[in-house]
Structures are given as C-alpha cells and as structure tokens.
Design a protein around this ligand. Structure first.
Ligand code: FAD
Ligand code: SIN
Length: 496
C-alpha cells in the first residue's frame, strides 16, 4: 500500500553516482531527496573527469565509418582479464557478466538521459582497450565531468528546497538498521560540523531508504590503498586525497570484492614547476585517442591504445626516472606525451588548458632530437598504411604529421612529461543488477541488504582487473539511476 507520508530518499555522496540517483529518485516519484556530502563542495572525483562517458550504439558514433557498435560488452569482458576468464567459477562469471550487460545495454540510454538534460556529448573518441570510438564528450572547452555534474546539480536545485536538499560537510558515519531486522537499513547517522564544534558535534540521524555513492579509495593513500596494495606506495594519484567510506558499508553487512584491483593510469602529468607533487593533473586518455603517442628516450614502447593495465605495465617495467631514484621521493617514470598538429587540433579544448598550466609546451619538429624525429617519420609511414605498427596500433585518431608523405619540420607539436599514476579502484561493495548492496559474496545466492542501494566507484565486480576509460561515468549514471528509482519505490511503499 502506498505511504501517504513517505520518508525522503537519502543519498550519501554528491559525485555523479549520487547526483544521478537523486535525480532519478525524484523522477520516480519520491517526494524528497536528502543528499549528504562530506566535502565542502559537491562533485567528488566526478567533476574532474576529462575524457568522457561511454555509450553504444549512439547517434553520435560514426556508424558509416566504423560500422554499428555492438562490441562494447565484448571489450568490457576482455578488459576484465583474469577476473572473468575461462577459469572463473560459473556462478561468479554469471554475476559479473550480468553487471556488465546492464552497464553496456543501458549505455545508449544513459547518453540520451544526459543529452536530454542539456549536456553536450556530441564528440566521440576511441580510448584504450576499446575496439571502436565510443567515449562521448562535448565540443566546447568544459571537460565532460564538470559539464555533467553542473548540469545535474542545476536540475536538482530547480526542484526546489522541499523536494531536494544538499547538505555539505556532512559525513555519514553509520548506517542505522532495524531493531527487528538487523539486515535492513533504515537510515543514516551523520556529523555536520557546520552546526557545532566539530569535535563535539553530536551525530544527527535521518530515516529513509539509503543510496550509498561515496566513491573509491584511490585517494586513501595511507588507509585502504596501503592496506590492499602496499606495493603501490610512492606512486602519485589523480584522486582527491580522502579516506574511503567502505567500512561504513561493511559494518552493515556488505561484502567487498576485487579490492586489490587498483587501476594505474599511464599518463599523469609531471608538472615541471613541481615534479614531486603527489596529486597530479591527469593527461586525459583522449589525448592519445585523438592521436597522441608516448615516447621513452625518443622511442615508442607500446600501443598507446592498449588497456591502461597493459600500457602502465610496459612503462613500469622500464627503469624509473633517474632524478627521483634514491631521493625518497615519488616513484615516477620519464615518458613524453607528444601530440602532432592533428591531435592538438582535435583536443584543442583540453590542450589550451594544459598549455596554460605549463603541463604541455609547443615545439617545432625541427627542435626535437634526431631519435624522436626518426620515430615520428616511421610512425607516419604506419599511419599512411605503408607498414604495420610494431606495437599493433591500428587506430591513429587525427594524426596528420607526415600522413600525406610530406614530413613538415616546421610543424608545431605539443610535448609534456607524464608518468603512471594511481587513478581508480575497481573493487568495492558486492552488488547486483538492481543496484542492491549484498551481504553475500560474489557468486553466492544473492542476499540483498534491505533499504540499501549503491552505485559508482564504491561498488565492485563490474570491471574486474581493468576498467575501460569512460566506463566509470557510465556506471555512475546507469547504476545511479537504477538505485534512485528502486529507493524511490521503497520510500513510496514504506509503512507509515
Ligand atoms: P565521486 O565522484 O568521487 O563522489 C563521491 C562523493 O562521496 C565525494 O564527493 C565524497 O566527498 C563523498 N563521500 C565520501 N565518503 C562520504 C561519507 N562518509 N559521507 C558523505 N559523503 C561522502 N571516468 C570516466 O568514465 N571518464 C573520464 O573521463 C574520467 N576522467 C577522470 C579524471 C580524473 C582526474 C579522475 C580522478 C577520475 C576520472 N574518471 C573518469 C573516473 C571517474 O571520474 C570516477 O571514478 C567517478 O566519477 C566516481 O564517481 P562517484 O560518484 O562514484 O564518486
Ligand atoms: C582520462 O581522461 O584519461 C580518464 C578517463 C577515465 O578514467 O575513464
């Protein structure tokens, strides 16, 4: 029976997963949503997203050139590696494959959802590990994370304060459970130091169905990251430094999976003005997708559009940068990202920002050393189709230096130093295709925790060993929407 006075849907964490859940809960009829955010501002790591969001098949993809895109599921399964290979037990495989199916089959609808809200996603690039271009971003200068987050936030605020409220500096510390059913979540306990002396602030409570969207632990350097991957100590990170909130879920019975699977992105910018800064700007993968190459001492070492796991693995197998060794500083490598005029033009919005920050600089081809120039001449022959790439690269984005047979020494290229960097955590809470957080292990008979849903980087089991670029924003939208709808339904049916 419908509740005449339903409780609010409570969303914990105001990144893209939380914002998608909040919006969908309201669309699904929940009279109100309370969004609690630990930081002073909403957006989380989502607002920093730079390459875009995957979707297939969509109207923005060039089907005439690349064919209709039916390979997103296959690419995602391949990228999951050992977590989803032939040796994996059938029930675990089935659950992982189901999560991927929901992600990929709902991807086109996720793009439509954002476009209908007013987000421009008309430009499509091919990222590493993808067999076709399917990562969508806007044509202007605003990076995709910022444009998606700000649009959703504005739409939520349009709903008015009775329907939607965002409380910042509110850290959820506990999930409340029912006294009659300890496996059912009934609300949250949180601290909001704005209201009192932070040390003495009494916890506040809020009752209603809960959607948990607190993100990953790539920025929890000395906590969860050190616990699960001590071998990554000393690597820089792209993530905001902050503790993971996984223990809050575990205390309510949630299981964690794949926590050792941490993604190292191959290209964090090493700022020449502050090379030892541990939190770095990312050199967006779409820079390589649009044509960029990676050089070590003037030579290519890898297919730049392999999965991140492979590209980072090759680089990290090389000797670390000499200036950092033995100094007790960060572990960094000396890799050059180089964009020819075609790649520079295709990524103009991003390149302008990186040039302004001093992370990229322009040089003439004639100013490059002879080894680099020879590498570029050979690469141009590959782009022209005169020979196969020694590393197997088959997609060259908008590369045009030497592509017509003329190698213009006066052309300007953009160069910058990059290094592998902690970026994303594939592991997290076990959940199912309805976005319910489970108290069962992956592959066991599903035991959903009542009243609790999750989405985004806090959840685990979708990506396996390696997440494809562009699939995190996608999981936030796909599973955030499902979680919001389900929580709204529960709120409307809750006993008065
Ligand atoms: P977040 O966006 O991190 O939000 C979680 C929020 O929860 C945070 O605001 C946090 O403060 C809050 N929180 C945490 N604990 C609590 C608590 N206890 N109580 C209350 N609030 C809490 N992915 C792509 O798909 N495409 C890209 O182009 C892309 N580019 C990226 C570029 C960068 C530089 C980075 C860092 C990541 C990028 N990613 C990209 C990855 C992607 O942005 C993130 O994985 C994803 O946005 C995570 O979203 P989320 O909503 O799960 O978490
Ligand atoms: C990037 O812009 O390279 C990050 C994309 C992602 O993490 O999906």
């Amino acid at each position: 029976m419908a509740n005449p006075n339903p409780p609010p849907v409570i969303v914990v964490g105001a990144g893209l997963a939380g914002l998608s859940a909040a919006y969908s809960a309201l669309q699904a009829g929940s009279p109100s949503v309370r969004l609690l955010e630990r930081a002073a501002k909403p957006g989380g790591n989502s607002i920093k997203a730079s390459s875009g969001i995957n979707g297939a098949p969509t109207k923005y993809q060039n089907a005439a050139k690349y064919g209709v895109d039916n390979s997103f599921w296959d690419d995602t399964v391949r990228s999951a590696g050992t977590r989803l290979n032939a040796t994996v037990a059938e029930p675990i495989k089935k659950q992982r494959q189901g999560l991927i199916s929901t992600l990929t089959t709902r991807s086109a609808a996720a793009i439509d959802f954002l476009v209908d809200l007013g987000v421009d996603l008309s430009v499509v690039a091919q990222l590493g590990g993808h067999s076709k271009p399917r990562t969508h971003r806007g044509a202007g200068k605003t990076p995709p994370g910022a444009s998606i987050v700000t649009t959703l936030l504005a739409k939520l605020k349009d709903q008015g304060p009775d329907r939607f409220s965002l409380v910042t500096e509110a850290e959820v510390t506990k999930l409340l459970t029912s006294s009659s059913s300890p496996t059912t979540v009934t609300g949250v306990e949180y601290r909001n130091p704005q209201n009192a002396d932070p040390a003495a602030a009494p916890p506040q409570t809020l009752h209603g169905p809960v959607v948990f969207t607190t993100g990953g632990f790539g920025g929890d350097t000395h906590g969860l990251l050190a616990q699960y991957r001590p071998d990554l100590s000393g690597l820089p990170s792209t993530n905001d430094p902050r503790p993971g909130a996984h223990a809050v879920l575990s205390a309510a019975g949630a299981r964690l999976v794949d926590m050792e699977s941490v993604q190292i992105h191959p290209t964090g910018f090493v700022d020449p003005a502050s090379p030892q800064t541990p939190v770095k700007f990312l050199a967006a993968e779409m820079l390589r997708g649009e044509g960029g190459v990676l050089l070590v001492k003037g030579k290519r070492v890898v297919n730049e559009l392999e999965t991140r796991e492979k590209v980072s693995g090759v680089i990290m197998g090389l000797t670390q940068a000499e200036e950092e060794e033995g100094e007790g500083g960060l572990r960094q490598w000396d890799v050059q990202l180089l964009l020819d005029p075609g790649a520079t033009e295709a990524a103009a919005g991003h390149v302008g920002f990186y040039l302004w920050k001093g992370l990229l600089r322009k040089v003439k081809v004639s100013e490059l050393d002879e080894t680099t120039r020879e590498t570029l001449r050979e690469y141009a022959a590959v782009v022209r189709g005169e020979k196969e790439d020694a590393f197997g690269r088959v997609s060259f984005g908008h590369w045009r230096l030497g592509a017509d047979g003329e190698f213009d020494e006066d052309a300007e290229v953009c160069v910058g130093r990059v290094t592998p960097i902690v970026h994303f955590t594939m592991g997290g809470a076990v959940f199912n295709e309805q976005a319910q957080i489970l108290s069962s292990e992956l592959g066991e008979e599903e035991k959903p925790i009542g009243g609790l849903w999750g989405a985004g980087e806090i959840t685990g089991g979708i990506h396996g060993d390696n997440r494809l670029g562009g699939s995190s924003l996608l999981e936030c939208v796909v599973y955030g929407r499902i979680a919001g709808e389900q929580a709204a339904k529960a709120a409307l049916q809750a006993r008065a």
